[in-house]
Design a binder for this molecule. Structure first.
Ligand code: ME8
Length: 621
């Protein structure tokens, strides 16, 4: 059978910072779709990557004290790759615009349109927004500021190379009119009205300030970063997969993708992308995410706290794809407890532990199925294609909600069938219940594979089935794939419920931006610099040390968990930061009168000290 190819992309992200939950959202949506297409047997190429030739890179490298820009880019690329690993993203390609293969593509492409006569040199004066990396028009401004980045753009007058985008107005209009090209339709209408307003020729070069890809015909200039970045979709996929079947982008970059990009491709004779899925923006607890509000959400922190699957579950289930949505840690915790643990985890665990303990770990032989059994099997048969249709129609959230509904029906089926009763009264009936329930568990593993790649694999392993769940065919979810007598593995709980304390904290953060406190809040802490005079081990404690610290001539005793990280000799004489007004606590029968500040990561604990010596008692503010 001929495999169909499926080439799916995310935007390539800027490297002025590490990924936040918005970048993770786009990439997770792409991951779900890519994984589903693989289960459908398609030849998938899923590309993501980094947009490195931007002025933002130069600025960020400077701010972080890097003189060597490429070194900075390499460091950031490692960070981004790591985040995608933590989130279990299944991208096939990763393109960086500082790679040679990309630079070559850009140069060849520029030369091609230049030779065709679609590029001319001209003087340009305009307002350049460095946030957008683009010249803005009057309609992009609100009170003279960029409507997205809230900054007054720079007036720039320079000689640039221009691409004759206006020449392709008619063809682009026809392209974007096609209702299958831009989804959702509201974004198509937005693009249509923009194109109808008239496409203007676009400046595609900037003066060469030492970073970027030189214009092949005139190296005093570099290729404009958007012209360069869009070409990642060609350079990143070995030429084999073009045209893209699906470009997933956020609404902020719709215009570049749906006007300039088709224009560039039309000029060079490449096929046009088949589809764009434009999603909305995430806010956090109802507020715009921003560094100044301190509410930028780190997907790694979330994954480490709740698991990558739980983060994916929340984002796909709760954010209506295509519209703006709100991220709330409180809701994430609720979904984890009420749906992943209580519905899904509970169903799978109770079925597998029952088989493990009452049937010697073997899927029982069913005997005759009754109406209730047949109804559940029919539900499995109808759910799987329906979930598939939702994903195909780019509504993976609806698919996920159906899967949870099926798991809920599974719990009801199990309760109504009362196998704990029938095992005593009618063992054949009990065998049928567990046979059908086991088929449901297997089907759920396959259906969940695109959404919860780790949990679904763990279910597969618990079922002791060969290979990986990710190698199965989507259609096989409807088959009763577990034969009677098949021996399952030892069941393990799938999702841990979080204690209610976490929930309360989550709830509290609803009314205030998380991580933000006022100066008044901060001033409640009396943090001082003190000098460690002594550090003794505490008998019977492997972790704790008893420290004697001099703060403003007063000796404080502080018990700290440093014994596995520092020797006494290393500590004595160090100036450290201490919270003085902590309520004293008894630790190993010693009164601890304060708290030593330290940083912790996987490498261990590092105490906070001062950059230059200060007087004992100096206040930290
Ligand atoms: O624009 N909610 O890169 P970028 C949802 N390099 N998604 C968000 C988001 C939010 N609050 N914030 C960002 C660039 N995103 C260019 C792209 S492509 C040829 C070049 C996501 O790092 C969303 O997908 O600013 C958005 O389009 C993208 O990150 C912008 O990433």
């Amino acid at each position: 059978m001929q495999m169909s190819k499926f080439y799916i992309t995310t935007p390539i992200y800027y490297i002025n910072d590490v990924p936040h939950i918005g970048h993770a959202y786009t990439t997770i949506v792409a991951d779900v779709l890519a994984r589903w297409h693989r289960l459908m047997g398609d030849d998938v190429f899923f590309l993501t990557g980094l947009d490195e030739n931007s002025a933002k890179t130069v600025q960020a490298a400077k701010e972080r004290g890097f003189e060597d820009m490429q070194k900075y880019a390499d460091r950031m690329a490692e960070n981004w790759r790591k985040v995608w690993r933590v989130l279990n993203i299944s991208n096939d390609g990763f393109i960086r615009t500082t790679e040679d293969r990309h630079k070559k593509t850009v140069k060849d492409f520029f030369t091609k349109i230049y030779e065709k006569g679609d590029v001319y040199k001209g003087e340009y004066e305009g307002r350049y927004c460095e946030g957008c990396e683009a010249f803005l028009t009057e309609s992009d401004l609100v009170d003279g500021k960029c409507s997205l980045h809230k900054k007054v753009p720079k007036i720039v007058k320079e000689e640039n190379y221009f691409f004759k985008l206006s020449k392709y107005q008619g063809k682009i209009l026809k392209y974007v009119k096609n209702p299958s090209v831009i989804l959702p339709s509201s974004r198509r209408s937005e693009t249509l009205s923009f194109v109808k307003g008239g496409l203007r020729d676009t400046s595609i070069s900037r003066p060469n300030a030492g970073w970027g890809i030189p214009v092949p015909v005139d190296p005093k200039n570099v290729v404009w970063v958007w012209f360069d970045a869009l070409l990642n979709y060609i350079s990143g996929a070995d030429g084999r997969y073009w045209p893209a079947d699906l470009h997933i982008v956020g609404k902020d970059i719709l215009r570049f993708h749906c006007t300039l990009w088709p224009g560039m491709l039309l000029s060079t004779g490449y096929e046009l992308p088949k589809k764009f899925l434009v999603h909305g923006f995430l806010t956090v607890d109802g507020q715009k995410m921003s560094k100044s509000l301190g509410n930028v959400i780190d997907p790694v922190y979330l994954s480490e706290k709740y698991s990558a699957d739980a983060v994916k579950y929340f984002l796909i289930r709760d954010i209506p794809l295509g519209e703006d949505g709100d991220f709330s840690e409180r809701v994430l915790i609720t979904r984890l407890n009420d749906e992943l643990a209580d519905i899904l985890g509970n169903l799978i665990h109770r079925v597998l532990t029952f088989i493990y303990s009452k049937f010697n770990g073997k899927v029982p032989k069913p005997g005759e199925l009754d109406k209730r059994d047949r109804e559940l099997l029919h539900l499995i048969e109808s759910t799987s294609p329906s979930v598939g249709n939702h994903i195909e129609e780019l509504n993976p959230g609806a698919g996920l909600r159906e899967i949870i509904k099926l798991a809920k029906s599974g719990n009801k089926y199990f309760n109504d069938s009362q196998p704990w009763q029938s095992i005593k009264e009618d063992p054949k009936r009990c065998a049928a219940t567990l046979y059908v329930s086991a088929q449901l568990v297997r089907s759920l593993a396959i259906m969940l594979a695109p959404y919860l790649p780790s949990a679904s694999e763990r279910i597969w392993v618990s079922l002791n089935l060969p290979g990986s769940v990710h190698e199965q065919r989507w259609d096989s979810a409807i088959e009763p794939g577990l034969k009677p007598g098949h021996k399952i593995g030892e069941p393990e709980p799938l999702f841990e419920k979080l204690p209610s304390k976490t929930l309360t904290e989550g709830k509290k953060s609803k009314n205030q931006a998380p991580n933000t406190i006022t100066e008044q809040d901060f001033s409640k802490l009396d943090i001082r610099i003190g000098k460690i005079l002594g550090a003794e081990p505490i008998p019977k404690s492997k972790k704790l040390l008893k420290l004697s610290i001099d703060v403003v001539g007063e000796h404080r005793t502080i018990v700290a968990g440093l014994a596995e990280h520092y020797s006494s000799e290393e500590l004595v004489g160090k100036q450290v930061a201490v919270v003085l007004n902590m309520k004293p606590v008894q630790l190993m029968s010693i009164k601890s009168e304060g708290m030593l500040l330290a940083a912790e990561d996987k490498g261990g604990i590092s105490i906070l000290t001062v950059d230059k010596p200060v007087k004992s008692g100096a206040k930290v503010r």
